[in-house]
Design a protein around this ligand. Structure first.
Ligand code: WT7
Length: 635
């Protein structure tokens, strides 16, 4: 049981040192003692960041669902695995035991098989936060199909791009979804997306809102009758350690979304181990992560990490504001939640509501609070600490990425002393490095630089689906022999890390990772638009919001600008989704460009942030005169 559960700071340093000095021995012990293997590995790790190629536990054979479900049956069969809290508080919560989860996953897996899905096939899952989402993911994993979950807030165009990129054969969706007081026609979005996805042969439709929808003959099938007929026994497919488990898309600063590929054994070991330690999960705790399973946070810390530890993981279908802003606290009280993991944007939105609604609820079950997705500002940190944690529940500010698969820099609660706005120390096995712009590693403390990781960890993404070159270019080319995160960070006098934000053209809005290029492409689709540039600016709830500078084709013509703004945001909604809408749109006659024609976003960013005291040297611009014009008309 040696190093699995870290309980005090000295132990952290001791285990950390071991994980750096003898990484292979360290991870081998963790893997050996805590998981079920059909066959053990021949080699713990081989890696080459120049190729790049990373393999963990090569030669091993396993199935992740055997680890997440079957092995708990003997001891935890009647324990709740998934606790489903519906959108409507009047609808009863559903407790799905490990035994029931086993049956439901097996049935679903048999349905996938009966519809022709086999090992290695890609299945797109486009579902709201209902139990079928977790179950369909696990059903894919059970038979070795590669799941590609697309967040159900993405538009039809975004969905079809993702389906086609990874050549999915099947889509799993529902007749609709509930979101607060609204219902959303998910199936209609799927139908529209599939007009341009010839590879999809089957659509499985779960019933959620009982709406009257169109079913396309031969393609669309109701899920329930198929499940009713299916056997509740399904043998696992024996997978190799490095077989792909899933694809999950994330935005890049340019080009189409990147389908990050995560593989089986390393991902399982790392998400399980981080879950146990970062949340200090104890048997019978109720753990709740408010993320959507459509993001990596949900994959790793609603589904795989918790279930691999035999935990009870709460899945919430709704939104924090429905029926009122007390909903989160209502759920915490009702289910006696012990670990609560959410995003700074949610914290800020809830903080705006005042504390009266909180005082009506008993939050005494909470032991650990988590934050993820973007830097947490000092004010939000204190609000969370004072009002939700009552100054006795440590906040784990967890830094990580879709690409890293699991939490990378974080306090361990009751172990690492926390410090507001600091993600604090690297997790066991993680070797961060801060780099200067010339590519030198900054070895001292009290420095800031670009955050890299210099040694592989088990859950790192292995490639970008269909584009290994892009994987290399994006993550392994900026600095030799290092994984580059795209974030800036500083390290304080005791070695704590504070993440300062993206250093590339990715903007984090409400914790969602958005690339500027695809949004600009969408804006440029508007017939009146000649060119556009998008930057982020600070927003008190969303963290960042989007500011668009737009050049119109026909300047002479006087147009209704507000109407144009609406149309531009409508196009963005159609191409990407409402999360990418622009908060401000400034029409301008030009954009500041370098002599080689590159837009100087740095200047645009400063203007949007109303921070124009030091714009730097603008004289080298091709068109320095536009800067003043833009500043004069800033919104
Ligand atoms: C980017 C990754 C993996 C969780 C969900 C987001 C930012 C994430 C933190 C944090 C400061 C954070 C980074 C990172 N980020 N967590 N605790 N403090 N920044 O995953 O969509 O892949 O976004 O989110 O900028 O690079 P993602």
């Amino acid at each position: 049981m040696s190093n699995y559960h870290i309980k005090h700071l000295e132990e952290y340093y001791q285990v950390y040192r071991k994980s750096v000095r003898e990484p292979e021995n360290f991870w081998e012990e963790v893997a050996e003692e805590h998981f079920m293997w059909q066959k053990k590995w021949d080699n713990v790790l081989s890696w080459d960041f120049n190729k790049p190629e990373v393999k963990w536990f090569e030669g091993a054979e396993l199935n992740i669902t055997e680890n997440c479900i079957d092995r708990h049956l003997a001891t935890r069969g009647e324990k709740t695995a998934i606790l489903f809290e519906p959108n409507d508080p009047k609808e009863p919560a559903e407790h799905i035991t490990y035994k029931q989860l086993h049956e439901r996953v097996n049935k679903f897996a048999n349905v996938l098989k009966s519809q022709g899905i086999t090992k290695g096939d890609r299945v797109c899952i486009y579902l709201p936060m209902i139990p079928e989402l977790a179950i369909s993911i696990l059903a894919c994993a059970r038979i070795g199909a590669i799941h590609s979950v697309v967040f159900a807030g993405f538009s039809a165009t975004a969905l079809s791009t993702r389906i086609n990129d990874s050549d999915c054969k099947m889509v799993v969706t529902s007749d609709g979804s509930y979101r607060g007081a609204k219902t959303i026609d998910l199936k209609g979005i799927v139908d529209e997306a599939l007009e341009s996805c010839p590879g999809v042969k089957t659509v499985l439709v779960a019933k959620r809102i009982h709406s009257d929808i169109q079913m396309k003959a031969g393609r669309d099938k109701w899920l329930q009758p198929l499940l009713d007929e299916a056997s509740n026994a399904c043998e696992i497919e024996v997978m190799k350690a490095e077989d792909p488990l899933f694809i999950l898309y994330t935005s890049g600063s340019t080009g189409k979304p990147k389908g990050m590929v995560h593989t089986t054994a390393g991902y399982m070991v790392y998400t399980a181990y981080t879950f146990k330690n970062v949340f200090q999960y104890r048997e019978n705790d109720v753990y709740w992560c408010t993320a959507d399973i459509g993001w990596i946070t949900g994959h790793s810390y609603i589904v795989y990490g918790p279930l691999a530890n035999g935990a009870t993981t709460l899945m919430f279908e709704g939104v924090p504001s429905y029926p009122d802003f007390g909903r989160f606290w209502d759920i915490v009280e009702k289910h006696k939640v012990n670990q609560f993991y959410t995003a700074p944007t949610a914290i800020r939105a809830l903080a705006k509501q005042g504390t009266e609604v909180i005082e009506k609820h008993d939050l005494s079950s909470i032991k650990v609070l988590g934050s993820v997705g973007e830097p947490i500002n000092e004010e939000a940190w204190h609000w969370y600490n004072d009002n939700i944690g009552k100054k006795k529940s440590p906040i784990v500010d967890t830094w990580w990425q879709t690409e890293t698969g699991g939490i990378m820099i974080t306090p361990i609660p009751f172990v690492t002393p926390t410090k507001p706005t600091y993600a604090t120390l690297p997790f066991i096995g993680i070797q961060p490095a801060l780099m200067d712009e010339e590519g030198n590693e900054l070895k001292a403390n009290q420095v800031d630089g670009r955050l890299c990781i210099k040694f592989p960890w088990p859950a790192m993404a292995r490639t970008i689906w269909g584009n290994h070159q892009r994987y290399k270019d994006t993550y392994f080319s900026a600095y030799e022999n290092k994984y580059f995160t795209g974030d800036g960070a500083l390290r304080d006098e005791v070695g704590y890390y504070r993440i300062t934000g993206r250093v590339d053209d990715v903007i984090i809005v409400s914790g969602h990772n958005l690339g500027t290029a695809p949004i600009e492409d969408a804006v440029n689709e508007h017939p009146a638009v000649a060119e556009s540039a998008i930057v982020g600016f600070p927003h008190d709830v969303k963290g960042n919001a989007l500011y668009g500078y737009v050049i119109l084709k026909d300047v002479g013509e006087s147009r209704d600008q507000d109407n144009l703004r609406k149309e531009i945001n409508q196009i963005i909604t159609e191409h990407i989704g409402p999360i990418a809408k622009l908060d401000k749109i400034q029409f301008t006659s030009g954009l500041p460009k370098t002599r080689s024609g590159k837009i100087m976003r740095r200047i645009l960013r400063k203007i949007a942030c109303k921070d124009t005291s030091n714009l730097g040297d603008t004289s080298t611009l091709l068109n320095p005169e536009v800067v003043k014009d833009i500043m004069d008309n800033v919104l």
